[in-house]
Design a protein around this ligand. Structure first.
Ligand code: FES
Length: 319
């Protein structure tokens, strides 16, 4: 993420710790007026006091036009943006945010929805459930967390609006106690599935839905190229076939970011390997695929340049 285009300055109207390490922020315009509209599943990018830019899903009902509500997991093991935002801001402060962007849209015409949230992945799913409540649409929400203390929005989800629509499961931090999603996903239906959470949960959902229509399965992860960096990552060269430009991609930045730094643009949306917008033909070399979009038979010839890297010293892509 290289900048914050057309930033909007908002006031932190309210903050509250709503679960272990999860802090809610309510953001409003200084004059209390309407904010740019958003749809369920959208996120905003927030600049924390130290300048870090992080994406946070909006978790309030999109019908609310005068506030954005985000929930931030304070992650000391992260890159510092969440800790800075939680520790160094308070109600009354101003923060700069982007306009909302949605790479995790609800299929409005779907007859029913299966919503699966792991941990802080509940945030876009809350907006979806609230929107669907408002529209009287059919859904079931499966919310998987470590413990009651790690479960944000417990009070809201215990309310009348959500009665009979929510299953909350705690695994106690033990994978052996993970909720079994197979009985829910075994038989494909006309429902659309929306899953947001940690990578292993998304991979489990992907593996259990291989026999569903791919257009009915939707993922969002918060893993951008920097957060997805692995200590063993090495630099590699990406060759852009159309221009012949050769670009070295350093560890910690994505092919997409490296291209942008050299003045090349490419379409993107989620920048976390889940939406498919940056799909690019791979003409030579071997990719290190880190997305949740490509099927196995697509992997030799395509690459998601927002998160994936290279196994070979050099790859050639059709850009
Ligand atoms: S921008 Fe969404 S998969 Fe790359």
């Amino acid at each position: 993420m290289t900048g914050l285009p057309a930033p909007i300055s908002l006031r932190i109207a309210h903050t509250e710790k709503i679960a272990a390490d999860i802090h809610l922020f309510e953001l409003r315009a200084a004059d209390g007026g309407a904010l740019p509209a958003f749809t369920a599943g959208a996120h905003i990018t927030v600049r924390s006091p130290n300048g870090s830019l992080r994406k946070y899903s909006l978790c309030n009902d999109p019908a609310e036009r005068e506030r954005y509500v985000i929930a931030v997991k304070r992650d000391p093991a992260g890159r510092g943006g969440s800790v800075d935002l939680v520790d160094n801001t308070r109600a009354g402060d101003r923060v700069e945010v982007s306009a909302p962007h949605n790479a995790f849209d609800l299929a409005e015409k779907a007859p029913a929805f299966i919503l699966i949230a792991g941990g802080i992945g509940i945030t876009p799913i809350m907006a979806m459930a609230r929107h669907l409540n408002g529209e009287g649409r059919r859904y079931k929400l499966y919310y998987l967390t470590r413990s009651a203390e790690h479960t944000a929005f417990r009070d809201a989800l215990a309310g009348d609006d959500f009665r009979g629509k929510v299953v909350i499961h705690h695994d106690g931090g033990d994978a052996a106690n993970a909720f079994d999603l197979w009985p829910i996903l075994e038989k494909p239906s006309t429902a659309h599935v929306y899953a947001c959470g940690p990578r292993p949960l998304l991979e489990a959902v992907r593996d259990m839905t291989g026999h569903w229509s791919p257009t009915a399965i939707h993922f969002e992860s918060f893993v951008d190229a920097g957060a997805a960096a692995r200590p063993e990552d090495k630099p590699f060269t990406v060759v852009l076939a159309k221009s012949g430009d050769r670009i070295v991609v350093a560890p910690g930045i994505s092919i997409l970011e490296a291209m942008r730094e050299r003045g090349h643009e490419a379409p993107s949306s989620c920048e976390s390997g889940t939406c498919g917008t940056c799909r690019t033909r791979l003409l030579a070399g071997e990719a290190d695929h880190r997305d949740l979009v490509l099927m196995d038979d697509e992997k030799p010839g395509q690459i998601m340049i927002c998160v994936s890297r290279a196994v070979s010293a050099e790859i050639v892509i059709e850009r």
